[in-house]
Design a protein around this ligand. Structure first.
Ligand SMILES: Cc1cc2nc3c(=O)[nH]c(=O)nc-3n(C[C@H](O)[C@H](O)[C@H](O)COP(=O)(O)O)c2cc1C
Ligand SMILES: [Fe+2]
Ligand SMILES: [Fe+2]
Length: 388
């Protein structure tokens, strides 16, 4: 059994069979659904797991309890990747008290019907629960990632059970580090709710923090925790992390790709940091996360049936719905007979606040020529001058 502290036991599971997380994110290295048992005078279980792992989880909990009966089930989040086993748990341990807030119980009844969980403790923001040695405090975190979400702060250990916050994609054997898959997870899932994340981070700044135990990914402490908190401050404030350019292209026959690569070469020759992605082929959530990461974004795409090429159109929508802001954006447009995608792309970004559009627009007619190559060079010079 894996210990988080002397008397907190990890009882979560690895999901390596999942096809799409939340029905839309590729997770080639799996994902974890974390759950914890706090053993004290009173025993508490923090969250359940996805329905596919009910048996495994119940077994983990039983083993961790070592024959004891659980007193509380703390429900931090009602999304089914964490709540699916509540009914089975209550059935197995009918004396348990389910701890949640008003919204938790509204959702609990929506998912499981009115008759589940007879013993309930309804807590308020800042409400407390003593297990004996462990003094718990509930910190509401609405929209991180659903409205009912609450964190659980263990005052005794300065340990925060942070629900989805500080989570990442990747099963427990994923050795790819925290930042990249935590960024893809955060931007994808809560990117829209930066203001709410900022709000709860500032509420938490009053609490000493030595350990964070999220519902996905590893338990964080020490330098890893300090760096994760720094990342969350940046991400929730929509601050770019890296001064440089993401060039996101689509290309059917290679001409727009060639333009994208020429721009990359020009920028690199000026010492700019550049990353190039193919919007039709690369993981869409990674492309979105990288667009938030880099300070400048160039979208190079083709006109397609008098519209923006679908993969680029979708990419923009995914940025806009995540409140993309505080970035510089430029367009490279291709079209053989009636190019219209640059104008349409700009219009699609209209709802975004605090975007700066580059002055230079690159207009390609089918293939690069001397004129459009000169525009690429001018765009590289403009983007480079912005970085200084
Ligand atoms: C299915 C399809 C539809 C297209 N529709 C348009 C269009 O409506 N207007 C236009 O100017 N070009 C249109 N094009 C041309 C492309 O915008 C682009 O110029 C051409 O595909 C060359 O770029 P590429 O090599 O990067 O694909 C279309 C191309 C394809 C394959
Ligand atoms: Fe969630
Ligand atoms: Fe989750």
């Amino acid at each position: 059994m894996q210990l988080v502290s002397e008397d907190i036991i990890y009882v979560g599971v690895d999901d390596k069979q999942i096809d799409l997380f939340e029905g839309m994110y590729n997770v080639p290295r799996g994902v974890t659904y974390n759950s914890y048992v706090i053993k004290d005078k009173k025993t508490a279980v923090v969250d359940t797991v996805d329905a596919a792992f009910e048996k495994e989880w119940l077994k983990n909990v039983e083993k961790a309890l070592g024959g004891a009966q659980p007193d509380y089930l703390i429900v931090q989040h009602m999304e089914p990747d964490h709540s699916a086993c509540i009914a089975a748990f209550v059935k197995k341990y009918p004396q348990v008290t389910v701890v949640g807030n008003k919204s938790t119980f509204v959702m609990l009844e929506e998912f499981f019907g009115k008759d589940v969980a007879d013993n309930r403790m309804v807590v308020n923001d800042g409400g407390e629960l003593s297990l004996g040695k462990h003094e718990l405090k509930f910190v509401f975190a609405p929209m991180v990632h659903w409205p009912e979400v609450m964190f659980t702060y263990d005052k005794t250990l300065s340990l925060l059970f942070s629900a989805d916050a500080f989570g990442k994609f990747g099963a427990s054997d994923d050795d790819g580090g925290w930042t990249d898959e935590a960024r893809r997870y955060y931007i994808g899932i809560v990117g829209k709710y930066g203001a709410q994340v900022k709000g709860v981070l500032s509420k938490l700044s009053a609490y000493p923090l030595t350990t964070v135990a999220p519902l996905h990914g590893p338990v964080l402490s020490g330098d890893a925790l300090a760096s994760a908190v720094q990342s969350y401050v940046k991400w929730s404030g929509y601050e770019p992390e890296t001064d440089g350019t993401l060039i996101a292209y689509t290309s059917v026959y290679g001409h727009t790709k060639k333009a994208a690569l020429l721009l990359a070469e020009e920028l690199e020759s000026k010492g700019e940091q550049v990353k190039v992605v193919d919007l039709a082929r690369d993981d869409w959530a990674e492309c979105v996360a990288q667009a938030f990461r880099y300070s400048k974004l160039v979208i190079a795409t083709t006109t397609y049936n008098a519209e923006i090429f679908p993969a680029a159109r979708e990419f923009i929508d995914r940025l806009v719905e995540r409140n993309y802001q505080n970035h510089t954006v430029a367009f490279v447009e291709n079209g053989t007979w009636a190019p219209v995608c640059a104008k349409q792309m700009r219009a699609r970004f209209e709802k975004c606040k605090n975007l700066t559009f580059a002055q230079t627009e690159v207009k390609i007619r089918a293939a690069l020529n001397a004129e459009s190559e000169a525009q690429i060079k001018a765009l590289a010079a403009e983007l480079n001058s912005l970085g200084k």
